[in-house]
Design a binder for this molecule. Sequence first.
Ligand code: GDP
Ligand code: MG
Ligand code: K
Length: 282
Amino acid sequence: TKQITIALVGNPNAGKTSLFNIASGAHEHVGNYGGVTVDSKEGNFKHSGYQIKIVDLPGTYSISAYTPEELYVRKFLIEEKPDVVINVVAASNLERNLYLTTELIDMEVPMVIDLNMYDELQESGSEFDHIKLSKLLGIPIVPTVCRSGMGIPALFDAVIRVYENKEPVVRRIKIYYGHTIENAISKTNILLDKEKGIERIFPTRYLSIKLLEKDAEVTKYVKHAYQSAENILQVTADEIKDIESTLQEDTESAITNARYGFVAGGLKETFKEKLKESDATR
Ligand code: GDP
Ligand code: MG
Ligand code: K
């Protein structure tokens, strides 16, 4: 049998541990994540002829590497390179949950979105065309209720299809950061790609975005791995200055806002929130 590793990535309380428990038969504590230690749990199970190792990672709202949890998740994705990532998304709070999704898209990881808490979405009366969003993103989206197990076999079927490259989804979207930032990304991409003989552990576009975000870890990595680092970082610093004078905001906020804008745009086309009565009668 073939062996693959799946990592669960998502906000706290999205249902990662519930999914982990059902899939692997484990009995990990489900509830509020309040522990001080940051670690992951591993379980094993079989699905469609595969021996699957499933890893329950700490919950995070972002993977920008500002908290120990975020650093842990990012390091895991980069160093362990799971075969497929399941991005567990709480359907009850799409806007906030999908922010992390934009970062996973930038990292270009093979992924499936688990649209969990589907029961709550249905009870809310809101309408969400997840099939349309899936097509917009180029990422399979599978509804589940991890509390009961609904949808979980279909979720792992999608994981296997992604692993085997059999998902009908043709092309994965890229987050569009707006004309000014995209120009800077392209320039940095060229410099990064010019250097030969580098083991590319990050996608080039991701490195460029992170350099523009002044990400300390990625900057350190580029310094260490690229012979022309000095030039690359100088050019990036100049680009940052240009961006900030053009947009009148720092590049970190511009990039963060573009991610939120991307999510809002996708939801505008696919999500119709049912207003609570108290809202509607006001
Ligand atoms: P984690 O923080 O991502 O590991 O999330 P947990 O698995 O600990 O789940 C957080 C809470 O959501 C728990 O109370 C679960 O019982 C509940 N939960 C998980 N999945 C679902 C679901 O699909 N529907 C509903 N209504 N609750 C869920
Ligand atoms: Mg958990
Ligand atoms: K939890």
